[in-house]
Design a protein around this ligand. Structure first.
Ligand SMILES: CC(C)(COP(=O)(O)OP(=O)(O)OC[C@H]1O[C@@H](n2cnc3c(N)ncnc32)[C@H](O)[C@@H]1OP(=O)(O)O)[C@@H](O)C(=O)NCCC(=O)NCCS
Length: 192
């Protein structure tokens, strides 16, 4: 299916293919955030804040990242995550919501998918699915958790297709205007 191409994209409907593999995300953080800004929508200010957060996350020894790159080496998608720690900000926010639904134990032994984004010109070609399944396949933990905006989005559709189920919703993150859903899935993720 032809994907929509934003005005700012250098690619037309015949955008090239992209291969999923290891990338040095810390080294390519600006490219990654440019993809996230197009896919998810980020202001310049939010990009600057995210940049620090991503670089800090990637210092975690358990952090893992993969990218999708075109034949000429442009990054058009990425995923990264890290083992959950109850001391991380994300975990402290979601903990009371998971406790309220009896699913707090998901915070232990879980790999958190922190970000997953595919450039709009490359969406609906299986890249998002390939990124998250390949990443979680490298993880020696029994399950995975994440948060997604609590709406009927492609992301929610993808996560459900991979076996993620709602653990708590709506979840409110400080400063975030929209409510989120926290989802969890056993690893390895479900195959089509
Ligand atoms: C979510 C996202 C990463 C998916 O990437 P993608 O490469 O387009 O996804 P895939 O082509 O691998 O699609 C896999 C599955 O996702 C779901 N999906 C993808 N696009 C969809 C759409 N427009 N509507 C409904 N479901 C959709 C389907 O279940 C699809 O499986 P199928 O093709 O067998 O039906 C991408 O849409 C994106 O970057 N969105 C904006 C950023 C975002 O929301 N990130 C997640 C933050 S939590």
């Amino acid at each position: 299916m032809a994907a929509a191409t934003p005005d700012s994209s250098p690619w037309g409907p015949g955008a090239p293919s992209a291969a999923v593999g290891p990338v040095d995300l810390a080294d390519r953080v600006d490219e990654a955030l440019a993809v996230q800004a197009l896919a998810f929508g980020l202001t310049r200010e939010e990009i600057d804040v995210r940049r620090h957060i991503v670089l800090r996350h990637l210092e975690d020894p358990g952090a893992r990242a993969l990218g999708a790159t075109t034949p000429d080496g442009r990054l058009v998608g990425f995923v990264y995550g890290l083992p959950n720690s109850r001391t991380h900000w994300w975990s402290t926010v979601v903990e009371p919501y998971l406790r309220a639904t009896g699913s707090e134990s998901w915070l232990d032994g879980s790999f958190v998918i922190t970000e997953l984004h595919v450039h709009p010109a490359f969406q609906q070609r299986g890249i998002g699915r390939a990124l998250i399944t390949a990443l979680t396949d490298t993880v020696a933990l029994p399950r995975s958790i994440l948060s997604a905006i609590d709406t009927d989005s492609p992301a929610r559709g993808l996560y459900r297709a991979l076996g993620y189920q709602d653990l708590a919703r709506p979840v409110h993150f400080p400063g975030a205007p929209k409510p989120y859903a926290v989802m969890g899935a056993p690893l390895p993720l479900r195959r089509g």
